[in-house]
Design a protein around this ligand. Structure first.
Ligand SMILES: Cc1cc2nc3c(=O)[nH]c(=O)nc-3n(C[C@H](O)[C@H](O)[C@H](O)COP(=O)(O)O)c2cc1C
Length: 236
């Protein structure tokens, strides 16, 4: 079978890891694979916290409800949807375009798009502007075909979570391809873990924590069950 497919089919959620150290070069490859995942408007609205120092890992694992994968992993990767990074991201993309020698027309087109992004993300005082945007779009949608644009804060988080999850899957498949194993987890105390990492609840939301390490011989593999294809897919 193709190597990529092999890694995809081999991946399982692992609940017990051996205490191995993940070399820096492997860590780098895994994170590079995560960040090349596709993202909406290429905004990459996420950040990863790679928790590997023993003390930090111990505290983070406790906030993952002391789950076995968290307690035994070599590292915990906290994937955070970030709806506040757009300004820095658009500026850094423009800077990159200038450095890469893009034409003035291309740069000014991208700059215009970046200015428009502000209206996409702006929430205003108490989120009133976000709610207003949502209401206006809803009315316009009565007679006009428009894309489902997130307007209010929760919509933006939902939007950012999609791209974050794609990066997470890339990360897990890359880890698998490099001989490591993972367990995605949403069993964590989001409020405490966010505080522990110094996140801003207005712009950051933890999507999942990925335990990463080397599968232990003590891990008991259960048969893998999935709904049948006909129940998952509709061919039209
Ligand atoms: C978003 C998400 C959250 C999950 N949360 C947990 C969790 O908190 N603890 C855990 O042990 N497994 C967790 N899992 C792993 C699933 O239980 C697992 O993927 C599923 O049972 C299928 O097993 P498989 O991945 O080995 O095929 C989570 C998976 C996903 C995608």
């Amino acid at each position: 079978m193709n190597e990529i497919l092999e890694a995809i089919f081999r991946r399982r959620a692992i609940r017990a890891f051996d205490p191995v150290e993940i070399p820096e070069a492997v860590r780098e490859q895994i994170l590079q694979a995560a960040r090349v995942a596709p993202s909406s408007f290429n905004v990459q609205p996420y950040r990863f916290y790679w928790v590997e120092t023993p003390a930090m890992k111990k505290s983070a694992a406790r906030l993952c409800m002391g789950q076995a994968p968290a307690e035994t992993a070599s590292a915990l990767v906290v994937a955070v949807a970030d709806i506040g990074s757009w300004r820095a991201t658009t500026e850094s993309q423009l800077e990159w375009m200038r450095k890469e020698g893009f034409s003035e027309t291309q740069i000014s087109k991208a700059a215009k798009k970046a200015k428009l992004a502000k209206w996409f993300f702006l929430q205003g005082w108490l989120g009133i502007f976000g709610g207003l945007k949502w209401a206006i779009l809803r009315v316009v949608n009565c007679w006009k075909i428009i894309g489902t644009v997130p307007a209010a804060r929760q919509g933006l988080f939902k939007w950012a979570t999609k791209s974050t999850s794609l990066a997470c899957e890339n990360l897990m498949i890359a880890a698998e391809a490099l001989g490591l194993n993972t367990c995605p987890m949403e069993g964590f105390d989001g409020r405490r873990l966010g505080k522990f990492l110094g996140l801003n609840p207005r712009t950051h939301e933890i999507v999942m924590v990925i335990a990463i390490g080397k599968k232990s011989a003590s891990h008991v593999e259960q048969p893998q069950w999935r709904r049948p294809l006909e129940a998952t897919v509709k061919f039209l």
